[in-house]
Design a binder for this molecule. Structure first.
Ligand SMILES: [Zn+2]
Length: 71
């Protein structure tokens, strides 16, 4: 158990470091807070259903897909 725990802990430390370094990028990709009525990138209206399905959504479906694929 100890070996497995130590390995997992090291992985978690790496994840924490990655998260800290990528906070700004994560915020641009992961929705949080208030949903926008219009896409932050292309300004197209975001459907109400999408805004309610994804709290804090900031992008239309097309832009979200591009962001997630264009890492
Ligand atoms: Zn868009």
């Amino acid at each position: 158990m100890a070996v497995g725990w130590t390995r997992d802990d090291a992985v978690l430390d790496q994840i924490d470091a990655t998260v800290d370094a990528g906070v700004q990028r994560a915020k641009s990709l992961l929705p949080s807070g208030v949903s926008l009525t219009h896409c932050e990138t292309c300004r197209v209206a975001i459907p109400e259903a999408r805004r309610q399905a994804i709290p804090g959504v900031r992008f239309c479906l097309g832009c979200q897909a591009k962001l997630e694929q264009g890492k």
